[in-house]
Design a binder for this molecule. Structure first.
Ligand code: ZN
Length: 218
């Protein structure tokens, strides 16, 4: 039976948690000292997949959550990871990508054509209006879109890239996982076929995209 006393106790507890987080200030860590890089797709339930509460309840969350198309490394992902790891207490990074990702479903060259047909000058494109120095060189647009061939390979390479980036402290733990939209389950990335991944849409071929995407990794 729910009593008034238990409700009041809960409210007091939540208030104390909130005050603790407020006391830590903007430099204080989130509950798990964790930064998550995840795809923006609404079919990827980050909290459920990782068993965390990223930003609920209101008195504090378990992680700093960064979502973009694909959950891939971009300049802003690195910027955010570098800030949270060096100044906001984060000690662990988790990369979370998923099957059936839209980033597998189209060829970057076709998307490039789409914008050219709209009259966009993609050969001289500024991608951050507040930072004119950051602009795409001629021919870089398709790579910048970040379409990929294989979600498992991309997850593994994303983890490696973050782990080896000079702005990320060496003692920060970095790991990666794939959420299977079809089966509603989490698994480790594995480009082999021994994880049952052939029954999921985890490559561009499974979307009928035949031409390899432009290589992003150097
Ligand atoms: Zn996605």
């Amino acid at each position: 039976m729910t009593t008034l006393a238990s409700l009041l106790d809960q409210q007091i507890h939540e208030r104390e948690q909130w005050e603790t987080r407020r006391h830590r200030g903007p430099d204080g860590p989130n509950n798990l000292k964790l930064w998550v890089l995840a795809c923006m797709d609404e079919r990827l339930p980050v909290d459920r997949a990782l068993g965390i509460h990223s930003d609920t309840p209101v008195y504090g969350g378990d992680c700093h959550l960064f979502r973009n198309a694909g959950g891939i490394v971009t300049d802003d992902a690195i910027r955010s990871a570098a800030l949270t790891c060096n100044f906001f207490g984060t000690r662990e990074i988790v990369v979370l990508q998923h099957t059936e990702c839209g980033m597998l479903s189209k060829n970057a060259a076709d998307l490039e054509t789409h914008f050219r047909d709209l009259g966009v000058d993609i050969d001289h494109l500024q991608v951050d209006p507040s930072l004119p120095e950051l602009k795409l060189e001629k021919g870089a647009f398709a790579k910048w879109l970040g379409m990929f061939d294989d979600v498992d390979q991309t997850t593994i390479r994303t983890v490696e890239y973050i782990r080896n980036h000079p702005l990320i402290p060496k003692d920060v733990t970095v790991s990666g996982y794939v959420w299977e939209v079809e089966n509603q389950r989490l698994r480790k990335p594995n480009p082999g076929s021994n994880t049952g991944r052939e029954r999921t849409s985890s490559t561009r071929e499974s979307f009928g995209v035949h031409h390899p995407q432009p290589t992003r990794w150097v």
